[in-house]
Design a protein around this ligand. Structure first.
Ligand code: PEP
Length: 248
């Protein structure tokens, strides 16, 4: 059975003081024999702090975005190599908030995934439909197009990535996809990975969108849901630990 991954996405939240309290509580609350992988994806300025607190612990860390460029005159951007300097294992790419507010296209997302993989990072590639797309019956077309762009661009290296299905209408809204709705899309994405990669099982498919301590177990029990990408609930140690427990 695939070992599940629970990754927190802190988004643009936190402070030195709050991060330390949160991480100390998470680290103290994890069981000694942890049955799942755990990570936090944090704002870039806090990577050094999170590295210092999590080094040697079962909690891996990562960033929420990476530049599609290797280095140079790209003011404000952070390169994959810089993330590696701070011990990152993961980086989220193509989060819907980046696609929506920063105009990231499938091509840009694919280039970022490629850059992350080349640097030895594990990109968490987000795909998902908006409410309007779901209502128009376009869910399958949208998520398959988003995943295909990355698969075509990175080829066999895609075995080193994680996929996150995040229906946009469920992110930060408190409206979680039902386990059946999520499973249906995960099965589709799994089939697409299977067709493209000889070792598709290496790629975990996470569900994201208002996952919390109450709904995590039912979602994680679905056969093609290999973990969770957790936004709001990752900012509360107790809630996050209960989601981790549901995955373990
Ligand atoms: C996210 O931002 O990736 C996310 C899933 O957010 P939330 O859990 O708050 O819906």
């Amino acid at each position: 059975m695939t070992r599940k991954l629970i990754a927190g996405n802190w988004k643009m939240n936190g402070s030195l003081e709050a991060n330390e309290a949160l991480l100390r509580a998470v680290l103290a609350g994890l069981p000694a024999a942890l049955g799942a992988d755990v990570a936090v994806c944090v704002p870039a300025p806090y990577l050094a702090q999170v590295q210092a607190l999590c080094q040697g612990s079962p909690v891996a860390w990562g960033a929420q975005d990476v530049s599609a460029h290797e280095r140079g005159a790209y003011t404000g951007e952070v390169s994959a190599a810089m993330l590696c300097d701070f011990g990152c294992r993961y980086v989220i790419v193509g989060h819907s908030e980046r696609r929506q507010y920063h105009g990231e296209t499938d091509e840009v997302v694919a280039a970022k995934a490629q850059r992350a993989l080349s640097a030895g990072l594990t990109p968490i590639v987000c795909v998902g439909e908006t409410q309007a797309q779901r209502d128009a019956g376009q869910t399958e077309t949208v998520v398959q197009r988003q995943l295909a762009a990355v698969l075509q661009s990175v080829g066999a290296a895609a075995a080193g990535m994680v996929v996150a299905y995040e229906p946009v209408w469920a992110i930060g809204t408190g409206r979680t996809a039902t386990p059946e709705q999520a499973q249906a899309v995960h099965a589709l994405l799994r089939a697409q990975l299977r067709a493209a990669l000889p070792d598709d099982r290496a790629v975990r498919i996470l569900y994201g969108g208002s996952m919390n301590a109450s709904n995590a177990a039912a979602l994680l029990a679905q056969p093609d849901i290999d973990g969770g990408l957790v936004g709001g609930a990752s900012l509360k140690a107790d809630e996050f630990l209960r989601i981790v427990a549901a995955a373990a």
